[in-house]
Write a protein that binds this ligand. Structure first.
Ligand SMILES: NC(=O)c1ccc[n+]([C@@H]2O[C@H](COP(=O)([O-])OP(=O)(O)OC[C@H]3O[C@@H](n4cnc5c(N)ncnc54)[C@H](O)[C@@H]3O)[C@@H](O)[C@H]2O)c1
Length: 285
């Protein structure tokens, strides 16, 4: 996709972090923009920012973990703008801790947002894009955590590996159909956003139960501290949207941001092919 002016972009997780950067980048390219986020206050902030940039913008409060709300987002996009050209399936959350210790509710929450949320976006928007037959692009936000693994974030790694797999699979399907829809999977390393405040974005049904001992445990508290550290010491966010838009223009599928992790990805694949017990375990900012 090379032409952006006048086209319509939809962005989930548009209230903070990458979502805001994608929104500004779309506005700078004279796109019309649909913003979606579970946090209405943050959504309004991004909406105001885009209006100040003279962008034609629609804000739709959306919990991506509920299919009906994502379907509604698609309906409102078409009712308001008549088309969709660029979709950022970007909303995501993180929960630290080992799989045998985190409450099942947290496992369900992270899978509902990070995996189901992306699948729902694809289900709701691909049929519209197929019918349009115009050049469209979808960017699914995964993470470097979808290509490498560490010991401490099993649920997050699982959800992000699922996002990479889902994106690859849908991309093959689009190629097989010769559809005019390109995909990218965005796999950044640590970047300064609000991701370590994910607990603020819990839908009602996934709220923390204060009597659950896990949330007072050393594992949870140290995990939060670690998440805070890696996000705060990540790279600044300002270069991100340019690298993502360049990838869209060049129709690149994998979008990586931290070359220092590339040898670890290579080592992981080498371990697989050589039948070696995996040893890439630690990566910091
Ligand atoms: N920041 C990083 O270092 C980093 C690295 C790799 C991948 N990511 C991924 O980038 C994506 C965006 O995260 P970010 O870093 O900008 O974090 P962020 O916390 O700054 O922004 C995430 C946004 O998603 C929204 N959100 C959360 N749950 C939602 C739901 N159920 N429905 C709709 N919106 C919801 C939040 O309200 C928030 O506005 C996530 O998928 C995250 O996993 C981030």
């Amino acid at each position: 996709m090379n032409e952006f002016s006048g086209k319509v972009a939809v962005i989930t997780g548009a209230g903070n972090g990458f979502g805001v950067e994608f929104a500004k980048a779309c506005a700078n390219r004279q796109m019309k923009v649909v913003l979606a986020d579970i946090r209405e206050d943050d959504l309004q902030k991004t909406e105001r920012l885009l209006k100040e940039m003279n962008c034609d913008v629609l804000a739709v409060p959306t919990d991506v973990s509920i299919y009906e709300q994502v379907a509604q987002l698609a309906t409102k996009t078409i009712e308001h703008f008549g088309q969709v050209d660029l979709l950022f399936n970007n909303a995501g959350v993180v929960v630290p801790g080992p799989v045998w210790e985190i409450p099942m509710n947290d496992w369900d929450w992270i899978m509902s947002v990070n995996v189901n949320g992306i699948a729902y976006g694809l289900r709701a928007f691909i049929p519209i894009m197929l019918e349009q037959e115009t050049a469209c692009h979808i960017v699914n936000t995964a993470s470097i955590a979808g290509l490498l693994t560490t010991p401490s974030m099993a649920a997050y790694h699982t959800s992000k590996h699922a996002t990479v797999a889902l994106s690859e699979s849908v991309n093959y399907a689009m190629q097989a159909k010769q559809a005019n829809i390109k995909l990218s999977v965005f796999c950044p390393g640590f970047v300064q956003t609000n991701l370590h405040h994910s607990d603020d974005y819990r839908p009602e049904r996934f709220k923390i139960n204060p009597s659950e001992p896990y949330y007072q445990s050393k594992t949870f508290l140290e995990g939060l501290k670690r998440a805070q550290h890696v996000i705060n010491t990540g790279i600044p966010i300002d270069s991100i949207s340019q690298s993502v838009f360049t990838a869209i223009e060049e129709e690149r599928f994998y979008i990586l941001t931290h070359p220092k992790y590339n040898p670890m990805i290579g080592k992981r694949v080498k371990d697989m092919l050589e039948g070696v017990i995996p040893s890439v375990r630690i990566f910091s900012s």
